[in-house]
Design a protein around this ligand. Structure first.
Ligand SMILES: Cc1ncc(C[n+]2csc(CCOP(=O)(O)OP(=O)(O)O)c2C)c(N)n1
Ligand SMILES: [Mg+2]
Length: 709
């Protein structure tokens, strides 16, 4: 038998071929009469929505054609290469369906974060059922013809990724690299007092460092100023090939752990759909009532923290509703359901027959009419307009994105009459300006630091705000503030992830960090830059504010800390990205830093990396000269060189190729001039080799061209 399921990426082990034993279809589906908060009609309706979403997810993974099973499945109806992750999908769809019911009943403004975002077929299916998919992609109509294209395009050349991605309606969370769901959720909730974020957290994802520390994000969530996050731990007990740790500790210990973090967990467990629907409804009712009560107590009565937020532990089988046994091995409820439960559906008749029975088990005839349109009951129970989580503008650059009010940086500059005669701590000067940026933008600008705000000399910000804090306050603690606009937490992952969530939902901010330790978030930077790059290609995605780093305590000035604290290598990582997305700035003094940061906070859809000194350093440029220099992007500093000399060209910044060190000295037939390039970007578009260097010297070997920007 030919192997037809994917064997790369985050997949289960290679498929070795079947026929080693039984392959069994799911039992005919029965919705039991289980008592609970849902009456029989509501129970049937929510279950139908869940079945429809599951059907549409299976269709995306397997089908090229015959989307409504109007004829028996043949090999030609099946994709030649089967990709996707079914295991997590039923949990995602269950939460989406139940969140919808709450949105309608409570008129919630809600968004959805899929931590196990590899389950892209789930949120895709929900977006199609809600009609958003067809609104955004006119070729994917909400009928049989659209369904066929919807299925075919999934994880297919020219189509959409198998993970949640910028192409996914309602997603602001890339599902590829695990660990950031809660951080993005909390970042979205900051300064969004009406928002509720339903955040599904994978139990495997929970083992990652970033997720494990993310539970602390509630320390920065103020129930009056901010919205709410409802974490739903998807405890399906497995990751790709192993059980998860949280599933294999006694449940009492798991609940102690979550309570210890300050949450009140509500457990929903089982594999009987009717019972789980009733329990999920009860749990969501309890959690959302509790959130409303907490917000009321703080907003009306000023109740103080620490706050205990509700959450849900959802223990349902991985791959719930899929074929229980494939080739003699248990699949449903095990790690084997992680990806494609029937890997040989195209080539193996038995797999294909079971696939058809599996699809039929959702009873598509009840869910879609003859034209393939969802039946009226399904359309009616979904939220409408922007209340649909797939259409909420919060997830597409924010409901009300506003530019920052920026004070004129020139008024914060230092006086420089003669270059190189006075000294300032550049970041301290910037801090004065950022103080007023913070004051003038009280609800859409945040500063993040891993306990390094003051160390990086930005403490003037604390003149107008405090450090956000919703926990206890000790007698010697300083500048803690439940409404603080600075978030200091000793986790670079948290700073990065919270800021990303804040930016992705339409706000602004900066992250200041020691240069050497920013490497901790290399991978997160990488993924965010990819999101920016990919989302720029999606026509309906709006640009978002740039992610701004201020890296100080930089390599050359870490002599007191030594080798461990010296590393300029983050720039190497950054310079591998496309020039449309990243910018690196190396401002040499206080005034150029001010001008640079003013530019960065105005810019959109970039990652701006600014490396600047915090130690006293000579001032080179006056405010006017800095403005000119930064506007031009490069400049010759005649006072720092000897124009008539035939010697050395000294430049600070990487050359346009992006491969050189920050400071480069090169000899050529270029006189000794000192000049500075304000910003560099990597891999600029190919352009003819310059025949003149920046100084205008023909055939100079210094390697610098005026095309550096
Ligand atoms: C940081 C990171 N490491 C590894 C992977 C590969 N990977 C993809 S899915 C997965 C298992 C996820 O398990 P879980 O979070 O429990 O999700 P679910 O069981 O709901 O599929 C792994 C390890 C990844 N995507 N990201
Ligand atoms: Mg899992």
């Amino acid at each position: 038998m030919t192997q037809s399921a994917s064997t790369g990426g985050d997949t289960s082990g290679d498929y070795q071929g079947g026929s080693r034993g039984e392959t069994r279809a799911p039992e005919p589906y029965v919705l039991d009469d289980v008592q609970g908060p849902l009456d029989r009609d509501e129970l049937a309706a929510i279950d139908a929505w869940w079945r429809a979403a599951n059907y549409l997810a299976v269709g995306q993974i397997y089908l090229l054609d015959n989307p409504l099973l109007q004829e028996p499945l043949t090999a030609e109806h099946i994709k030649p290469r089967l990709l996707g992750h079914f295991g997590t999908v039923p949990g995602l769809n269950l939460v989406w369906a139940h969140a919808n019911r709450q949105i309608v009943r409570r008129d919630l403004n809600a968004v959805f974060v899929a931590g196990p975002g590899h389950g892209g077929p789930g949120p895709n299916a929900c977006g199609w059922l809600e009609g958003t998919y067809s609104e955004l992609y006119s070729n994917i109509s909400q009928d049989g013809a659209g369904m066929k294209r919807f299925f075919a395009q999934f994880s297919f050349p020219g189509g959409v990724p198998s993970h949640c991605a910028p192409e996914t309606p309602g997603s602001f969370h890339e599902g590829g690299e695990l660990g950031y769901s809660l951080l993005h959720a909390f970042g979205a909730a900051f300064d969004n007092p009406d928002l509720i974020v339903f955040c599904v957290v994978g139990d495997g994802e929970s083992e990652t460092g970033p997720l494990a520390t993310s539970w602390h994000a509630k320390t920065f969530l103020n129930p009056a100023r901010d919205g709410a996050v409802l974490p739903i731990l998807a405890l399906n007990e497995y990751k790709i090939a192993n059980p998860t740790i949280l599933a294999r500790i006694p449940e009492s210990q798991l609940l102690e752990l979550l309570r210890g973090y300050g949450y009140e967990p509500h457990v929903v467990a089982g594999n009987n759909p009717a019972a789980v629907h009733q329990a999920t409804t009860a749990a969501l009712d309890a959690c959302l009532d509790r959130i409303a009560e907490l917000q009321r107590a703080v907003r009306a009565d000023g109740a103080a923290g620490p706050y205990r937020w509700p959450m849900i532990v959802l223990r349902t089988p991985k791959g719930w509703t899929c074929p229980p046994v494939v080739d003699g091995e248990q699949v449903e409820g095990t790690f084997r359901a992680h990806q494609v439960p029937l890997p040989a559906a195209r080539t193996d008749d038995q797999h294909r027959l079971v696939l058809e029975q599996w699809l039929q088990s959702y009873r598509p005839r009840e869910l879609f009419d003859d034209s393939g349109r969802p039946v009226r009951d399904l359309l009616e129970i979904a939220p409408k307009g922007q209340r649909r989580m797939s259409a909420n503008p919060v997830a597409n650059g924010g409901a009300d994105p506003r530019d920052l009010q920026l004070p004129d940086w020139r008024e914060y500059g230092v006086e420089v009459t003669t270059p190189g005669t006075t000294s300032h701590e550049a970041t301290r000067v910037l801090g004065g300006w950022l103080r007023d940026v913070t004051a003038e933008n009280p609800s859409n600008f945040l500063t993040f630091a891993p306990d390094e705000l003051a160390s990086n000399r930005l403490q003037d910000i604390l003149d107008v705000t405090g450090r956000d804090w919703q926990a206890l306050v000790g007698p010697f603690d300083e500048k803690l503030d439940p409404l603080g606009r600075v978030i200091e937490v000793l986790s670079e992952h948290m700073c990065q992830g919270l800021l990303e969530g804040y930016l992705l939902t339409g706000r602004h901010g900066l992250f200041t960090c020691y240069e050497a330790f920013i490497h901790i978030v290399d991978a997160m930077f990488n993924q965010h830059a990819k999101w920016l790059e990919a989302s720029a290609q999606v026509s309906w995605r709006r640009p978002i504010a740039s992610l701004n780093y201020l890296l100080s305590s930089h390599v050359w000035r870490q002599d007191h800390n030594g080798f461990t604290h010296q590393d300029p290598g983050f720039l190497d990582v950054v310079m591998n990205k496309r020039p449309e997305i990243v910018r690196v700035y190396l401002p040499p003094d206080a005034n150029t830093l001010l001008s640079t940061y003013d530019h960065c906070l105005r810019s959109k859809h970039y990652v701006n990396v600014v490396v600047a000194g915090k130690q006293p350093q000579l001032d080179w440029l006056s405010v006017a000269d800095a403005a000119l220099h930064c506007a031009r992007g490069t400049g010759i500093w005649p006072w720092a060189g000897n124009k008539d000399d035939d010697g050395t060209c000294i430049a600070r910044a990487a050359p346009a190729s992006g491969r050189g060190p920050a400071t480069r000295t090169t000899t050529g037939r270029c006189p000794t001039w000192c000049w500075h390039v304000r910003a560099t970007s990597p891999r600029s578009k190919p352009s003819p080799q310059p025949r003149f260097c920046a100084n205008g010297y023909p055939n100079c070997r210094c390697g610098w061209s005026t095309s550096s920007t």
